[in-house]
Every structure is written in structure tokens, then in C-alpha cells.
Design a protein around this ligand. Structure first.
Ligand code: B12
Ligand code: SF4
Length: 454
């Protein structure tokens, strides 16, 4: 039996110009369990160890020493963790080990990492991983090609029937190590877990790399199959809350209705991400009645002209309607917006920002655009030369009308200054005292929050 270990690497240090102009965070307090890797472990007959280095924070020497005990080391993660994965892999290969690199970044950007991992894995892995381990000396026979020093599956692996998979192996982690700011929408409860009910996305937004990763193919588990996992979670871990963090939780209306009917039997609260055009009055009511406390929407812009240009496929009217429906049914709403599209100028950004405040959202988050390969927006940014600031293929771009620095300054003035004050205030006062103020003097707390949000 081969000795195998999976590693979710630690995030890389980004140059200062990223840190001060974006909300990108590598803080472990703000992350979720790496479900992809846990899925592979749960579906493999091999004993696989797992290290989440965002939690463990081993240094290079220490981690490479640990990993030298294994025959095969598999790295996951996004583009933001590539540096640690690459460095460890080079070291391990030099010492006769075999390394795998998988996940969304490997799927899309494999060409950049040829020669640096023994095997670069594109797409889903549960059904093929054991075959690759057992046939490691004959990978060509199971769909891999030898390209510039690595084996890579040029045809991305996809799984048709997600219901046939075993659940992710959560014994490899401590659920307690993972949390996200979104958890507060569910109140002060524990444990909260994530369950992945679907993969991929059928939409085609101009700025998003999902279509390159998942080829616009959307697969989903049946409501019954999801309930089985939830039952397992509540029985085993006493799960009290769930966060459905996936591209398209609400896209299949029939499944959503079934899901709401079934989850009612559990005493659970939950939150999810959604698109405004997938909700209607009946479904929002059902969601609220079945324990949904919050919905986080990818809105991007509160302006029909911008929404059209970015191919989002939604309108301001739909945005307002869905938010109203949620508010009427006691579901808290959050909305994410993007600032600094290639066509944006100062006026359009300020207009979008001002309009976004009038939508009735409970919480808003604004992301100053950074771009990773590949999306239509990424290609435009490269082709038009707006990539003055870039690091490991992550670009902090300029627009046709504003330099990257002008955009950073505007973003800072409109948004990040307030969130910095908020974070600084939290640090100074301490989480405990803030909770005390919130409980004892709710109106003071609300007023301060509103001031910092406006
Ligand atoms: C949930 C999620 C999160 C969660 C948890 C992320 C995590 N640590 O796992 C949170 C909210 C924390 C998050 C944060 C961020 N995310 Co995110 N996130 C997602 C999302 C919506 C779903 C991921 C998921 O659970 N998929 C389901 C599982 C089953 O699939 P999977 O992870 O891809 O794994 C399968 C295969 O890829 C493969 N595989 C995976 N790893 C490995 C390893 C080996 C060895 C092998 C063989 C195979 C293999 O097998 C798995 C099983 O089939 C994806 C979008 C998407 N649909 O992919 C974005 C996505 C992964 N996120 C992305 C980004 C950029 C981020 C952020 C950097 C954003 C930010 N501004 O901060 C941060 C930082 C990430 C971090 N360091 O934790 C990008 C990554 C792009 C890239 N090129 O790397 C994605 C693809 C979104 C997008 N469309 O651009 N994210
Ligand atoms: S932004 Fe959301 S809806 Fe649009 S393509 Fe990406 S995942 Fe799909």
C-alpha cells in the first residue's frame, strides 16, 4: 500500500499593493473545510492523511520533513496557495517522491505548472484517484498524457452522478478550526458545517472563471441524497447550522422545493448563496419556513447597463424584488459588488456604489476587481495592457479610464477605509465587548454599524 498525504497549502504573501487595495485574506479564521480533498479521501480505499497548512502553519522545513514520510503527496488549493504547493512539490520530486496537483487552479492553469508536479489533475477526482495511484507507472492507460515533465489529463474528468459518491471524510479535520464571517447570520450556534450539493455553473458571466473550470456543466445531488448527509451530520456531530457555499444552490427550483420540504424535519438553520433570478415568492416563503436565515447574492452592480455588459443575466428590478421578498419573509440578505471593471470610470463606480446602498440589503460587500486566469475579463485586461500590477498571474488591474492607483484610492476612500476602521475598532474593543454592547445597547450598536456601512 502506498503512503499518501493530501495538503491544502498555506496562502502566499501578496505584495503590498494587493493587501491595501483588496479584501483578499489568507486569515485561517475566514476559511471553510477543503471539501474537494475530503471528498477524495471519503471515496478512496487508501488510507490518506491530511494536513491543512492554513491551520497548522508548518514552515517549509518542518512540512517537507513530514511529507518525506509519504510515497505520494497530493496538493489542492486555489491560485492563492500555489507558491507553497510548488516549492514543496519540487523538493519532494527531487527526493524521489510522486506529487499530484489538483483543484480549480490546476484544472484551468495547468500549463503554468508543467514540470513542477509529477501529475497535474484536471477536474473531479473521486472516481479516478485510486486508479491513478494503482496505475502510477502506466498513467497513459487511464487518460493522462506526458507533457513537459508532468502527466496531465488533457480531457478534464467529470462525474455524471454525484448521488453515487460517498460523503466527504470529515474525520480528517476539526470542524471547529473553520469559520466564516457569514456564520454570524445563523446566530451564536455551533457546530455549523458546509455541505456541497452541486458542482459547476451553467451561466456565463464575463468576469468569472467558472465556465472554464466546469465547462458550464452543472451537476447536482438529489434532495434525498443531501438529506442523507445532513442526517449523518446531525447524528454524528450534532450539526446545528449549515452553509451552502456553492455556485448554484437555488438554480434547480424543483430540487429546492423538495429540499425545503425535507430539511424541515431537522431542527436546523441554514444560509446559502443565490442568484436573484432563481427566486420567487413561493420559494422564498418555503425557504424561510424551513430554517433559511440568510441569503448571500452575487449582484456585482446596481445598474442595468453594467449588468448587461458583464453578462450577469439579471436586472435591477429582479434584484430589488428578491431582496424585498427576503425582507418580507425574515431572511437577512447580503450582496457582493464588484468595483473597477475595464469599462468603469470614477462616475460609474460612485453611481454603482450609491445605488447599491438603496437596494435594501442587510449587508453589502464590495470587491475591488482582481483577475485570475481565465475569464473574458482577464483576457481583455491582458490584451489591453491593464496589468501593471500582477503577481503569479493574479492581476490588480487598471481600467480604460483610471490607473490602478487611482482605482485603489477610490476604493479606499469609498470602502476599505470604513472596513479598516471597523476592524481596528473591533481589535481595540475586543470581540467580547462588542458582543456586550450589541446585547446591552442594541441601538448604539446599530447606529455605529450603519455609520460604518454608509
Ligand atoms: C467554497 C468555495 C470557497 C470557500 C472554501 C474554499 C476552500 N478552501 O476549499 C471559501 C469561502 C473559504 C473560499 C474562499 C476563496 N475562494 Co473560493 N470557491 C469556493 C467554491 C464556490 C466551491 C469550492 C468547492 O467546494 N467545490 C466542490 C469540491 C467538491 O470541488 P473542488 O474543490 O473543485 O474539488 C474537486 C476537484 O477540483 C479535484 N481536486 C481538488 N483538489 C485536488 C487535489 C488533488 C491532489 C487531486 C488529485 C484532485 C483535486 O477533486 C475534487 C473532488 O472532485 C469555488 C467555485 C467552484 N465551483 O469551484 C470557489 C473558488 C475555488 N474560489 C476561488 C477563489 C479565488 C477564492 C478566494 C481566493 C477568494 C477571495 N477573494 O478571497 C478565497 C481564498 C481561498 C482559500 N485560500 O481558502 C476560485 C479559485 C480560482 C483559481 N484559479 O484558483 C474559485 C474557483 C471561484 C472562481 N470561479 O473563480 N472559496
Ligand atoms: S459569477 Fe456565479 S453565476 Fe456567474 S458564471 Fe460565475 S458562478 Fe456562475
Amino acid at each position: 500500500m502506498k503512503r499518501i498525504c493530501f495538503v491544502y497549502p498555506n496562502g502566499m504573501e501578496l505584495p503590498g499593493y494587493f493587501r491595501y487595495a483588496t479584501n483578499i485574506s489568507t486569515d485561517t479564521i475566514e476559511t471553510l473545510p477543503p471539501m474537494g480533498l475530503l471528498y477524495i479521501v471519503g471515496n478512496s480505499k487508501h488510507e490518506i492523511d491530511f494536513i491543512d497548512n492554513r491551520i497548522k502553519k508548518h514552515g517549509f522545513e518542518e512540512l517537507s520533513e513530514i511529507l518525506m514520510q509519504y510515497d505520494i503527496v497530493g496538493f489542492g488549493g486555489t491560485i492563492f496557495e500555489i507558491k507553497e504547493a510548488r516549492r514543496l512539490s519540487r523538493h519532494l520530486i527531487k527526493n524521489g517522491k510522486t506529487t499530484f496537483y489538483g483543484g480549480p487552479n490546476a484544472t484551468v492553469n495547468w500549463r503554468f505548472y508543467l514540470g513542477q508536479f509529477s501529475v497535474i489533475w484536471r477536474g473531479e477526482a473521486e472516481l479516478m484517484f485510486d486508479k491513478a495511484v494503482e496505475g502510477i507507472d502506466n498513467l497513459e492507460e487511464i487518460g493522462f498524457s506526458r507533457v513537459a515533465g508532468s502527466y496531465v489529463n488533457l480531457d478534464t474528468f467529470r462525474i455524471k452522478d454525484l448521488n453515487g459518491l460517498s460523503f466527504p471524510d470529515r474525520t480528517k479535520i476539526r470542524l471547529d478550526d473553520y469559520r466564516r464571517q457569514e456564520f454570524h447570520f445563523l446566530g451564536n450556534i455551533q457546530p455549523i458545517d458546509i455541505v456541497v450539493t452541486s458542482r459547476g455553473c451553467p451561466f456565463d458571466c464575463y468576469f468569472c472563471s467558472s465556465k472554464v473550470i466546469w465547462d458550464r456543466k452543472y451537476t447536482y445531488r438529489s434532495a434525498e441524497n443531501v438529506m442523507e448527509e445532513i442526517r449523518f451530520m446531525t447524528d454524528t456531530y450534532g450539526t446545528k447550522g449549515l452553509y451552502f457555499r456553492e455556485d448554484n444552490f437555488t438554480t434547480n427550483r424543483k430540487r429546492l422545493v423538495e429540499f425545503c420540504g425535507m430539511i424541515k424535519d431537522f431542527d436546523l438553520v441554514w444560509l446559502c448563496e443565490s442568484r436573484v433570478d432563481t427566486l420567487d415568492e413561493e420559494v422564498v416563503k418555503l425557504m424561510a419556513d424551513s430554517g433559511c436565515k440568510a441569503i448571500w447574492f452575487g449582484i456585482e452592480a446596481a445598474d442595468d447597463a453594467v449588468l448587461k455588459r458583464i453578462g450577469k443575466g439579471i436586472t435591477v428590478e429582479q434584484i430589488e424584488r428578491s431582496i424585498d421578498l427576503c425582507n418580507e419573509n425574515g431572511i437577512t440578505t447580503g450582496g457582493a459588488f464588484m468595483i473597477g471593471f475595464p469599462f468603469d470610470d470614477k462616475e460609474s463606480i460612485i453611481r454603482n456604489y450609491q445605488s447599491s446602498k438603496k437596494l435594501g440589503l442587510g449587508t453589502r460587500s464590495y470587491n475591488r476587481i482582481w483577475a485570475v486566469p481565465y475569464s473574458q475579463m482577464y483576457d481583455e485586461i491582458i490584451n489591453e495592457g491593464f496589468d501593471d500590477y500582477s503577481f503569479e498571474n493574479i492581476i490588480l488591474p487598471a481600467t480604460r479610464h483610471m490607473s490602478a492607483d487611482e482605482l485603489n484610492k477610490l476604493y479606499y476612500r469609498l470602502i476599505s477605509r470604513k472596513s479598516m476602521i471597523r476592524r481596528f475598532g473591533l481589535k481595540m474593543l475586543g470581540q467580547k465587548n462588542v458582543r456586550y454592547i450589541k446585547g446591552k445597547f442594541p441601538s448604539v450598536y446599530r447606529m455605529a454599524s450603519r455609520l460604518l456601512q454608509s
